[in-house]
Write a protein of this length. Structure first.
Length: 422
């Protein structure tokens, strides 16, 4: 029986596995390395985060992005966006040099067994471990507006569904959303000859400013320090003190998690959108239907009914919602046992342990506990070290049994909240 199985091989999963191996644990990691960046982002996209805030984490800090660039003749500088292709290649290099062998099979199910957990791969093999870390990224939590449900994949998709936008050449596409994913997707579509519009419910688009120089007069640095999430003391707190964020009242954490670092486009995509993309602001989709192979969108704004739009395809760049119910690879009994907050997001202890002993969480699913940093690669460094310490603490406890009683589902799960405040 292994000490730890890591489910997911993105930045969080690879970082956790690296720290676990460095701590001498018997660890295995499952998943296609850097799958989100390799398979779910179109060619030509860039990371919104600064290169220095896009490091995966190993315990000796020898395998950062700068080390990769130095060895491969690649440039990654402050104020210059980093391509998705470069970042994915860096992640693969990190996996090769800083992580035990990655098993690229996907995990189909995680359940419990005497003394820990049983993980079943997509080809049916069962592997047992005393602890499990879920680092499943964002893809299980895709959010598509209810009005678009039922239209089917030929007519509606999420922005994370596309590695290649070529099939939309010379067609008409409507992108829903006002954040980076929506705006950069729209720019790429327009640049390949697609007729594209952006539909956003906000009254205006927000754009991030060009970051200030890395070296600045000390007064400017004190007034607005750099951080992994942007300049300013508030962003610095979110980026650099996730443990402090977790100590905030639950209502405050929920509000900040839902609103901080809201939809905005990067400075380097602004001209590409404003010069080529039609934008309809202050409207959202009320109803959607398909007729003669095209999608009819009935929109509504603050003043009432808006224009109807006919389009060939709708891309919903509407983000992700990390609820417990969407952790579909967990056995229903295990999933139903997890303590959740008011938004049905699973709670995590100070060491990223869920309310079920030995089951650890990482990445977006922990943003309601540790703050906005968990939505970005930058949060992987804090997570990896803290989570592995939690695993070590768990391993020192008496091994778990599958006979541990699960609490009642639904709101009854909140009775376990005390267990995740340690």
């Amino acid at each position: 029986m292994h000490d730890l199985l890591v489910v997911g091989a993105g930045p969080y999963g690879l970082s956790i596995a690296s720290h676990a191996a460095g701590a001498g644990l018997d660890v295995r990691v499952f998943g296609r390395p850097m799958a989100s960046w390799r398979d779910h982002m179109p060619r030509g996209m860039f990371l919104k985060s600064e290169p220095w805030a896009s490091n995966l984490s190993d315990p000796r800090r020898r395998h950062g992005l700068a080390a990769y660039c130095e060895r491969n003749g690649t440039r990654a500088r402050h104020g210059e966006p980093l391509s998705v292709e470069t970042f994915a290649s860096y992640g693969l290099w990190f996996a090769q040099h800083a992580v035990p062998d990655v098993d690229e099979r996907m995990v189909a199910r995680v359940g419990t067994c005497p003394g820990g957990f049983e993980v079943v791969t997509d080809d049916g093999q069962a592997i047992r471990s005393r602890t499990v870390a879920l680092a499943v990224g964002v893809l299980p939590f895709v959010e598509i507006p209810a009005a678009l449900h039922g239209l089917g994949a030929p007519h509606v998709s999420h922005s994370s569904h596309h590695r290649d936008l070529d099939r939309f050449r010379d067609r008409d596409v409507t992108v829903i959303g006002g954040g980076q994913a929506a705006l950069e997707t729209a720019a790429l579509l327009a640049e390949q000859g697609t007729r594209v519009r952006v539909l956003a419910r906000s009254d205006r688009l927000n754009w991030n400013a060009v970051p200030p120089a890395w070296k600045r007069p000390w007064r400017e640095s004190v007034r607005a320090p750099h951080s992994g999430l942007g300049c300013g003391w508030r962003n610095w707190f979110y980026a650099e003190v996730p443990g402090g964020f977790r100590r905030l009242p639950e209502a405050t954490r929920a509000r900040v998690s839902a609103s901080a670092l809201g939809p905005a486009g990067a400075w380097w995509v602004r001209d590409r959108v404003e010069s080529r993309v039609e934008v309809l602001l202050g409207h959202e989709v009320a109803t959607a239907s398909v007729a003669s192979g095209r999608v009819r969108l009935a929109t509504v704004g603050s003043d009432g009914a808006g224009p109807d739009l006919d389009t060939d395809h709708v891309i919903a760049a509407t983000g992700f919602r990390a609820t417990s119910a969407r952790l579909g690879l967990l056995d229903p009994g295990l999933r139903g046992s997890l303590a959740v907050n008011a938004a049905e997001e699973p709670c995590a202890s100070a060491e990223f342990e869920s309310s079920y002993p030995g089951l650890f969480l990482a990445g977006l699913v922990t943003a309601s506990s540790f703050g906005p940093a968990m939505r970005f690669v930058h949060g992987a460094s804090f997570t990896a070290g803290r989570l592995v310490r939690g695993v070590q603490r768990s391993l020192r406890r008496t091994p778990l049994s599958s006979t541990v009683p699960a609490p009642a589902g639904g709101r009854g799960r909140r009775a376990l909240l005390g267990a995740v405040k340690r």
